[in-house]
Design a protein around this ligand. Structure first.
Ligand code: HBI
Ligand code: FE
Length: 292
């Protein structure tokens, strides 16, 4: 039996939820699923992801021999930015997730989706977590942003502002776009690991595309079951990291006193809007179950 065998719990997870990857336990079929997903994504992403993403992929050799072995990834990643990937069994509690990020450990699912569910996922698997998230951890500024996010998360829990911070993660780390001379490129892991949203997010006229603004994003709802109706666009990873270098306390203070949440299709006077979406999701191919 493979790593997806439900009887995985001969180890009780440690307090920090870290488990061993046990790379040797993956079956040929599981490695083959990785290769299928990888090849599919590389095709569909062509020129759609930021150059830093491809740099990261190449630096880590994520297409070598199927599912990557964390030990091998970590040798390179540690050298590049001091980050490491650790295996966790499933979604882990927020405080523990943030603590790992704050210490430059990226928690990744160990299991891989099955071949009959290539486009549907309830929980992040190793393809989403490693193909989607890990390449950018080789990039120093983005790596710093992730650490700052983890530290910010720990503080947000104390302020009871987790929701605000989760929206920041959603609209940057998971669904972020970057502005390029002739359009947009993807850096968000939720997009980069999704066959359909990779195309939709940069090519389709349906969603709003708006320049990133910290407070705006922290007050914008998001959907987890379909393509996004709004994407927020940054100019550079420096821009993203720089906004985390301020005291969030006044922002949180203001937000706990206000329950203002912007709707998904709303645009504001203060927004720098690149395009107002047609919101024509039927034309875009209907309401898909999101493939992340
Ligand atoms: N656990 N494994 C895992 N992966 C996540 O992305 C994750 C999590 N726990 C909590 C969490 N994310 C959220 O707190 C953040 O996305 C805000
Ligand atoms: Fe993710």
């Amino acid at each position: 039996m493979g790593i997806n065998d439900p009887v995985i719990a001969e180890q009780t997870p440690a307090e920090d939820f870290q488990i061993e990857q046990r790379w040797k336990k993956y079956t040929d079929e599981e490695h083959a699923v990785w290769r299928t997903l990888y090849e599919r994504q590389i095709k569909v992403l062509k020129d759609r992801a930021v150059p830093e993403f491809y740099e990261g992929l190449n630096a880590l050799n994520l297409n070598e021999g199927g599912i990557p072995d964390f030990e091998k990834i970590n040798e390179k990643l540690m050298d590049l930015t001091g980050w490491e990937v650790i295996a966790v069994p499933h979604l882990i509690p927020d405080d523990i997730f943030f603590d790992h990020l704050a210490n430059r450990r990226f928690p990744a699912g160990r299991f891989i989706r099955s071949r009959d569910q290539l486009d549907y996922l309830q929980e992040p698997d190793i393809f989403h977590d490693v193909f989607g998230h890990v390449p950018l951890l080789t990039q120093p500024v983005f790596a710093n942003y992730m650490e700052a996010y983890g530290k910010g998360g720990i503080r947000a829990l104390k302020w009871d502002c987790l929701k605000n911070l989760a929206r920041l993660y959603w609209y940057t780390v998971e669904f972020g776009l970057m502005r390029k001379d002739d359009g947009f490129q993807i850096y968000g892991a939720g997009i980069v690991s999704s066959r359909t949203e990779s195309v939709f997010s940069v090519d389709d006229p349906s969603p709003n595309r708006i320049h990133f603004d910290l407070e705006r994003v922290m007050q914008t709802d998001y959907r987890i079951d379909d393509f996004q109706q709004v994407y927020f666009v940054i100019n550079s990873f420096e821009e993203l990291f720089d906004v985390t270098q301020q005291d969030f306390a006044p922002i949180y203070d203001f937000m706990t006193g206000s329950d203002k949440i912007y709707g998904l299709t709303e645009t504001l006077e203060s927004d720098h809007v690149y395009n107002v979406g047609t919101q024509n999701y039927a034309e875009a191919g209907g309401r898909f179950a999101k493939a992340s």
